[in-house]
Design a protein around this ligand. Sequence first.
Ligand SMILES: NC(=O)c1ccc[n+]([C@@H]2O[C@H](COP(=O)([O-])OP(=O)(O)OC[C@H]3O[C@@H](n4cnc5c(N)ncnc54)[C@H](O)[C@@H]3O)[C@@H](O)[C@H]2O)c1
Length: 349
Amino acid sequence: MEILAFGVQADERPLLEKAFEGHHEVRCLSVFLDEDTAPIAAGHEAVSTSVNADLNHRVLRTLAAGGTQLIAQRSTGFNNIDLEAAERLGLIVARVSSYSPYSVAEFAWTLALAVNRRIVRASNRTRDFDFRLDGLMGRDLRGRTVGVLGTGKIGEAFTRIAHGFGMNLLGWDVAENPACVELGMKYVDKERLLAEADLVSLHVPLMEATRHLVDAAALRAMKDDAILVNSSRGGLIDTEALVGELRAGRFTGVGLDVYEAEAGLFFLDKSLEVVEDDTLARLVTFPNVVVTSTRRTTPPTRSARSSTPPSRTSSTTPRGGAARTSWSRGPPRRAHRRAARPSARPRPS
Ligand SMILES: NC(=O)c1ccc[n+]([C@@H]2O[C@H](COP(=O)([O-])OP(=O)(O)OC[C@H]3O[C@@H](n4cnc5c(N)ncnc54)[C@H](O)[C@@H]3O)[C@@H](O)[C@H]2O)c1
């Protein structure tokens, strides 16, 4: 079978090809799947997509009419797919449900350390043979307080690293993670966490309850010299409000791997175009802000989730056992142990 993969980045291509070598052909396209490109999929039973594709009901109808039966999204988030339409059309939808939480946690720490130690500024200066030290002062983290909003798989991995730095650990989540408690994390309300933390890192999913979790009031509640890191989803932060606080000279550093209006920008080369996003344009001018669009996930180890049919199991067996894919109805399983407390089930968006 030939799988048609849309929106494939240059560094993804060899991974995809290697994973399916000897099992299926993979045809990689750099264009994203949308209404204009969907007809290309005609005759392909399986289509692979990425988070910036737009799988609305018209796109899904075109895919189904062309004979597509399976859509495999190469990300955990699936808010870009109209699942109800997929179910109506009898399309199986799969996504990545299991990946290395360490890759994101370590990248979040990379951002935190980069802004704390002024790495980008220091590097730029040395390129110009400017070896002055002013404006490059960082702070020790040992003995300071980290606040982790969302202590699931990634939040826990982030917390373990903070523990290694000798930091005091504050957490906020709908359910306590016993592994974090064991490390000495104290669960507090969001207001206390924001007021006491020297470093705040976001690891909750984006859903209605968490949209603009860090809004103007939350930003005002933070310490003036705090560090804020977001490697989860852009919509967790009210970016306009953040720009307002930065303009007032607040915060030691802000590290962002995500941005709420990133669709249509991230993963693409826009360097030769006029910048139309004034908020992002302003954001990147602050000397204490680092923005990346890297999404530091490593290749998936397993994927699961479907819209339909109810209980059908299929399996792809890419080389090296990289992906066993099973389709079954129902929400993704939670992988980490947690306290027996009721929790709002996250609906990633
Ligand atoms: N930048 C990237 O490359 C990248 C890659 C993967 C995931 N992510 C993001 O990281 C997020 C976290 O991933 P994870 O694997 O740790 O997920 P997870 O499900 O293991 O953890 C999420 C945590 O958030 C908590 N939570 C959910 N809703 C909440 C609410 N309303 N209030 C308080 N806590 C709430 C859950 O209880 C859980 O502990 C993902 O949802 C995704 O948005 C980013």
